[in-house]
Design a protein around this ligand. Sequence first.
Ligand SMILES: Nc1ncnc2c1ncn2[C@@H]1O[C@H](COP(=O)(O)OP(=O)(O)O)[C@@H](O)[C@H]1O
Ligand SMILES: CC(C)(COP(=O)(O)O)[C@@H](O)C(=O)NCCC(=O)O
Length: 254
Amino acid sequence: MKLNNYKIGIDIGNSSTKINLNLEKTLAINNDQLLTNEISPDKLLKGQLQTYDEFLVSISSVNDEQKTKEISQKIINALPSANVKTTLWDSKTILEISGLVNASQLYHFGTDRALRIYYLNKLERGSAKISCGCGSAFTVEVVQNGYLIESCILPGLTMQLESLHQKTAKLPLILAEQILDELASTALFSTNYSIINGVIKSYTAIIERLLLEYKPNQLILSGGYAPLLKSFFANNRLISATRSLESEVLIQLL
Ligand SMILES: Nc1ncnc2c1ncn2[C@@H]1O[C@H](COP(=O)(O)OP(=O)(O)O)[C@@H](O)[C@H]1O
Ligand SMILES: CC(C)(COP(=O)(O)O)[C@@H](O)C(=O)NCCC(=O)O
């Protein structure tokens, strides 16, 4: 008899953990909050628990072993104890099964990057495909015809905004969530305008350059800041924002 499976993808980033529930929805929970509070089973599955015989949990993490264990255990504890099967993925395994030709050069990559490369390399061949991870860090992966051909890592949006404030005497702290409101209300060339303009263009200029250089037929922004960054490109049909791409791929790996 076939078991009635419920699949859960857990993508543990540097700031937050994305919990994908059976490809139906994704919860994003701050790691510090996850570590200090219990997760109620109801928050996780809203009473759907009883209808499933088996929970398949697919986990990846860019954190150390201890933090990864603590975070995943918190989530697993919120599931019914019977029939929970977990798989913890590492970058080497993800890249090997991605079929990427130069996979063996990339085993040091973060698992989030390996999951995006896996996704890009399963798309049809020919044109370049590009992913940008827009989370704690901003990363770029360019895949074409089975090879990774470009890679960048730079500070993420919050990291840039916080470091400008913390490492200078006079620059204010701007929160990522305030960017659109602030741009709409601040005076042209104000300090806030200049900070936002500089930080956002550090990403959009890279993206424009990638579009020119590699002429991709898809450029996928993922991570929490993906929709915000996409809003700075007027109607570019090649650019999409999929916040929970990595946790969806984790479910596809099962
Ligand atoms: N699906 C989501 N919905 C709402 N906010 C999200 C989502 N995913 C991430 N975020 C938020 O986006 C910001 C960047 O986080 P994220 O992309 O998860 O970075 P990391 O992978 O480095 O942890 C965080 O404030 C996080 O809470
Ligand atoms: C680059 C990263 C910090 C991005 O992490 P994130 O912003 O998704 O939390 C992470 O993928 C990582 O630690 N990578 C290891 C080095 C590498 O990918 O080359």
